[in-house]
Design a protein around this ligand. Structure first.
Ligand code: NAP
Length: 289
């Protein structure tokens, strides 16, 4: 691409940010669309966050993604936070307004996107493993899809109680219960959707799985196992789920769709989702990955 005097800036703020795949998919889409924009990574230390977003506004950056560890910390620095982001308690996408930066959370849209076309989830039960940041987007997404029951499994009773309490006044009111890991054998037979939001199975723990095969065998034959992790593709969890005969979904589509939602918001026009997905697949399939 050619950077011109009119090239506009988009980017992602995080620390670390070197592992982010967002520049790959956004720049592929911008090139395909012939837009005079470039999307760049910005490493920003927590103590510099306020100065960074003020400075990026001052130099006319058009839109930002926000990733670990800034997704919560950025919220008080924004002029507007959407109800969806407030419910999740985290922001991952910023755009400019006359009052200052506005923020929303497109992880919810990304999580829902591959689920919505599959079936009507209104009578379904979701079983969510883990109760960290991604689990919040998953709960909000399941709430939007109208799940009858949302069961969250975690390993720390105090954190689980705080997680449940945090939804009491949320604009999205899911029917949420929280459980320790020991409840899994009783919960799995009712689970229509099983979502892994723990990091178990990521490259540093590749080969590990939050659920062993004998637990997966307890799930209904029609259950869908959704692992937010990418790569590896597939994770150990998804390999075991496939071997058990269960349908599977990995986290790549969530990543693509949260990015596509952000880019469409910044550019105010439809974006080439297939190009974004293919750019990521090609990047992840490079030799040595
Ligand atoms: P996080 O805030 O650190 O939460 C991780 C959760 O997993 C916590 O509840 C943690 O429990 C639990 N956990 C960690 N290690 C565990 C273990 N050994 N056994 C049982 N539970 C364990 O992380 P996050 O931001 O939610 O991200 C979680 C995963 O989702 C990551 O793999 C990330 O890559 C993925 N993700 C994917 C997408 C996507 O677009 N596909 C988007 C966001 C996140 P404690 O609270 O007890 O520590």
């Amino acid at each position: 691409m050619t950077i011109t005097g009119k090239t506009q800036l988009l980017g992602v703020l995080g620390d670390p940010v070197a592992h982010s795949l967002s520049p790959v998919m956004h720049n592929a889409a911008l090139a395909e669309m012939g837009m005079d924009y470039v999307y760049v990574p910005f490493t920003v230390k927590p103590l510099e966050l306020a100065r960074a977003i003020a400075g990026l506004a001052a130099i006319g950056v058009q839109g930002l993604n926000v990733t670990i560890p800034h997704k919560q910390a950025v919220m008080p620095l924004l002029a507007v936070v959407t109800p969806e982001a407030k419910a999740v308690g985290a922001v991952n996408t910023l755009w400019r307004t006359e009052q200052g930066w506005a923020g929303t959370n497109t992880d919810v849209t990304g999580f829902i996107a591959p689920l919505r076309p599959r079936q009507n989830w209104a009578t379904a039960t979701a079983l969510i493993l883990g109760n960290g940041g991604a689990a919040r987007a998953v709960v909000a997404g399941c709430g939007q899809l109208g799940f009858r029951a949302i069961q969250v499994v975690g390993r720390q009773a105090q954190k689980l109680a705080a997680f449940q309490a945090s939804w009491a006044h949320a604009p999205i009111q899911p029917s949420l219960t929280v459980h320790g890991w020991e409840a899994l054998p009783a919960l799995l037979p009712q689970a229509d959707l099983i979502v892994n939001t723990t990091p178990l199975g990521m490259s540093t723990t590749a080969g590990q799985t939050p659920l062993p095969a004998e637990y997966l065998a307890l799930a209904p034959a029609t259950a869908l196992v959704y692992d937010l992790i990418y790569p590896p593709r597939p994770t150990r969890l998804l390999t075991l789920a496939s071997e058990t005969g269960l349908a599977t979904l990995d986290g790549l589509e969530m990543l693509v769709q949260q990015g596509a939602a952000a880019l469409a918001m910044w550019l105010q026009q439809p974006v080439p989702v297939d190009t974004m997905r293919q750019a990521l697949v090609d990047w992840l399939d490079r030799p040595g990955q």
